[in-house]
Write a protein that binds this ligand. Structure first.
Ligand SMILES: [Zn+2]
Length: 397
């Protein structure tokens, strides 16, 4: 296949040759005369496909009628509400999760990481449903699954055994939840999380909403444990609101520890929380990546699974206005997220996997500002979506 007259992120045009699922070569426009399918992009921008670094496939109500949002802002109140609401959603997990997956792909995302609830209420049922969804779409999207102790670890009886069973059943990472703020036992929860990671040889991704000095101390604890376990580059912390709510000296100490331990930070950049400051983290060498987090579920009535929207939300919140800054926001949904998730980066170069997105605009900065429709999404060189609609080859569950 030739994608003719593709605009690259630096502005130049090229004919991009794709063979056996990878970018075979970049040719001067008009110079590629290989046989096969030829699509003239007429100067539209060609981008690497996006990564949604944090979603909840089992929680989403996507495709089901909207349930009115139950009041309650604290993590504890939301969990209590969810334990009732999760049983009232009209469609089974497979139908909702697969509807969201097709939307992610239609929006240009071909890699994601989903946390999946594991607690005494649902046992491994949510994980088993999401594993079926992952299998059904394995040719179209890479899905990492995190065994997520949504109801706590030390305060939820039997949770460590359930999490061990989840890791044995196919979860790729072990999760965690506010060791101080929820379980009230930092050592107890982190001992279990790092113990399970070591026992099963899995990565870690911990939800940490704890703010201020408490959250910062937990971040440094996680960094120290990461180095002690030799897990540099395999640990992430999602949210890390503490980084948006501490003074400069503690910020420097904490981010230095994170950078040393190669602990990545995921931000969904909710407008209502003190979020990790993107530019200051980057300046201190901390890997930062983006995710949608909750998409239309018991935690949030918002979200649309569009990573160009997410890049724009992050850029606007942080006052990232120059083209270079907008490119940096975009990188949180592409190259930086690939790095954080342990995937090879998908640049536009010969040899890279042909996971590609076409948008009718002139530059990466324009793509973030305009968020134009995705005219074409390729997954390993095959058409996964066209004009914002997932291909018919992606079967509905
Ligand atoms: Zn989450």
């Amino acid at each position: 296949m030739i994608l003719a007259n593709a605009r690259l992120s630096q502005g130049a045009l090229a004919d991009v040759e794709i063979a056996s699922g990878v970018i075979a070569a970049l040719h001067k426009p008009g110079s590629a005369d290989q046989p096969g399918e030829r699509i003239d992009l007429k100067g539209a921008l060609l981008l690497p496909a996006f990564v949604d670094g944090h979603i909840h496939l089992d929680k989403t109500h996507w495709g089901a009628p909207r349930l009115p949002h139950v009041e309650g802002r604290s993590v504890r109140e939301r969990i209590a509400a969810e334990r009732v609401e999760r049983h009232r959603v009209a469609l089974p997990i497979e139908a909702r999760a697969s509807a969201l997956i097709r939307t992610l792909i239609a929006n240009g995302t071909t890699r994601t990481r989903s946390h999946v609830d594991i607690d005494n209420d649902v046992g491994l049922a949510n994980l088993e449903a999401v594993l079926r969804v992952r299998e059904a779409y394995r040719d179209w999207i890479d899905i990492q699954l995190v065994a997520f102790p949504q109801s706590g670890l030390t305060t939820e009886k039997g949770a460590p055994d359930l999490l061990a069973a989840a890791l044995g059943a196919g979860a790729d990472l072990i999760g965690g939840l506010d060791p101080a703020g929820f379980d009230g036992d930092v050592k107890g929860q982190l001992d279990i999380v790092f113990g399970l990671a070591e026992r099963f040889g899995k990565g870690i991704d911990i939800h940490l909403h704890d703010s201020g000095k408490t959250g910062a101390a937990e971040l440094r604890d996680i960094a120290d444990r990461t180095i002690a376990a030799g897990m540099q580059g395999r640990v992430a912390v999602s949210h890390a609101f503490a980084l948006g709510s501490i003074g400069p000296d503690l910020f420097a100490e904490t981010t230095d520890a994170l950078a040393r331990a190669e602990v990545a930070i995921m931000t969904s950049c909710p407008p209502s929380a003190p979020v990790p400051p993107v530019g200051r983290l980057r300046a201190r060498g901390v890997t930062l990546f983006a995710g949608s987090d909750n998409i239309r579920d018991c935690w949030s009535p918002y979200g649309n699974g569009d990573m160009l929207d997410r890049a724009a939300i992050i850029a606007e919140r942080h006052g990232l206005f120059t083209d270079r800054e907008l490119e940096e926001a975009f990188a949180l949904t592409t190259s930086e997220a690939d790095k954080a998730l342990g995937h090879p980066r998908r640049e536009l170069r010969a040899g890279a996997v042909a996971d590609l997105v076409v948008v009718a605009t002139a530059s990466v900065a324009d793509a973030v500002v305009d968020r134009p429709p995705r005219s074409l999404v390729l997954r390993a060189g095959r058409t996964a979506a066209e004009r914002g609609v997932a291909s018919a080859a992606l079967k509905k569950l």
